[in-house]
Structures are given as C-alpha cells and as structure tokens.
Design a protein around this ligand. Structure first.
Ligand code: URA
Length: 244
C-alpha cells in the first residue's frame, strides 16, 4: 500500500502528464492551460464538475468563477473549506465557447479522473451536474432524479459513497435549485462520518512477481533530495495544482 506522500507524488506525476496532454486535438489547441484539479491530495471528499470555464482556463484552477464562489460559500456553511476537499472535472480542458463535452473527449480524459480517485482515495465523491454523474455511475439517469441520494459505487478499484448534486452553475440562476443544493450539501458532514465502504479485492496483477536477488545491491548514486510535502513547489506551474 502506498503511503500518503507516495500517493501525493504520483498525483503530481499524473498532473505533469495531463499538462502536456494532446489526446483531444481541438481542446489542446484552444485551451490556455490544462486545469487538472486542486485541493487536498488526501481528501476524504472529492467533487467532480463538468469542465473548466473561461476563468478556470485563465487561472488553471477549477471552480474559480461564479459557480465556484457559490460552491465555496455552501461548503463554508457546513464547515468545509477548499483545503479540506479535492476538486476536479470530467474534462481537464475548456471546451471552446463552453460547449458541452463530447463523448470522445470524456473518454479521452476519463483515465486522468480514475487515477485521481485512485490516488486521493476519497470516501465520498460528489458529482456536480449531469456529466460527472452519468460518467461515474455509467448510466444515463439524470441529476434531477438522483441528486441528494448517496449510493455505494466502485470507481476504478475504489468503493466510495457517490453523492450526486446539482451543478452550482445551475443553482446560480434558479432559487429552488439553490435551496435544494444547499440542503443536499447540509447532509455531507453526516456522510463523511459513515464507515468507509467495504473495498473490492484488488485486481490480480498480470505482471509476474520477480523475486529479489539475494546479492547485495550496489550503493545507490547520490540523488538530489525530493522536495518534502511542506516545501515550495519546484516549478511555478505546480502552484496551480494547489495541493495542501
Ligand atoms: N464548471 C465546472 O463544471 N467546472 C469548473 O471548473 C468551473 C465551472
């Protein structure tokens, strides 16, 4: 089992990989930058939105526009801050003109989201709106029927409580959706207190286990020390990851 620091380092590697991604040629040529996700790399609670908008594309951080401010406010009402949670999106690049994500783009990008879930190891995953709900439930049922109902779902190899919520952008303009989102979010602290769902057996590795040689290993080459968890990011762009 990987330690917290190892998972965080692997998440940073996935971030570096995603930052250079060109799987969707149109998105790669129109984005300002990849918006990987930000927050606590060891969070119990993860949010998954749809795709970055203009503000997010500019700043490289998810949910920094009006919908993000509303999300921050509603989280604050139940005593949660950004540094407690990890926020990601189905797509890591802004679709031009904020159009809907295309099926091929969702497919291209889903591996990054699966690896984020596997490395962050959340207990509760809140899907925000239809795109993330349909993707993570692998089912076309819409958010209006599912919001506020937690269920245990396996995402990749991780069993979590999946908790669909209305997208905060929808709640910005419709009072009744705002009230519903607020009361659904009010149930989050209780969900976070529930026991971690029973985890599936890890998939059998296809790789044969190679026994360690019994000879003494040569002395390792000296390497420069890895930055510790609390140190400054080594590249300016790493700040966008916003890991706490
Ligand atoms: N809407 C989303 O779905 N994601 C963001 O990051 C911002 C707005």
């Amino acid at each position: 089992m990987a330690t917290k620091d190892e998972r965080r380092a692997q998440l940073t590697d996935v971030y570096h990989e995603a930052r250079a991604c060109t799987r969707c040629p149109e998105l790669a040529s129109t984005r300002t930058q990849v918006v990987f996700g930000a927050g606590n790399a060891d969070a119990d609670l993860m949010f998954v939105g749809e795709a970055p908008g203009a503000r997010e594309d500019e700043q490289g951080i998810p949910f920094v526009g009006a919908a993000g401010k509303l999300l921050d406010e509603l989280l604050g009402e139940v005593g949660l801050q950004r540094s407690d949670v990890f926020i990601a999106n189905v797509l890591k690049c802004r679709p031009p003109g904020n159009r809907d994500p295309l099926p091929a783009e969702i497919e291209n990008c889903s591996d990054y989201l699966m690896r984020q879930v596997a490395l962050i190891e959340p207990r509760v995953v809140c899907t925000l709106g239809n795109f993330s709900t349909k993707l993570l439930r692998a089912d076309p049922t819409g958010i209006s029927r599912l919001h506020g109902q937690a269920e245990i779902r396996v995402i990749g190899e991780r069993a979590v409580r999946l908790y669909p919520l209305f997208h905060p952008a929808a709640a910005l303009y419709t009072r009744s959706l705002l009230d519903t989102l607020r009361s659904d979010i009010a149930r989050l602290p209780g969900l976070l207190e529930l026991a971690l769902p029973e985890q599936p057996e890890p998939a059998e590795s296809e790789e044969p286990v190679v026994p360690e040689p019994e000879v003494a290993a040569p002395a390792p080459e000296p390497v420069s020390p890895a930055p510790s968890a609390g140190s400054e990011p080594d590249e300016p762009d790493d700040r966008q990851l916003g890991l706490f």
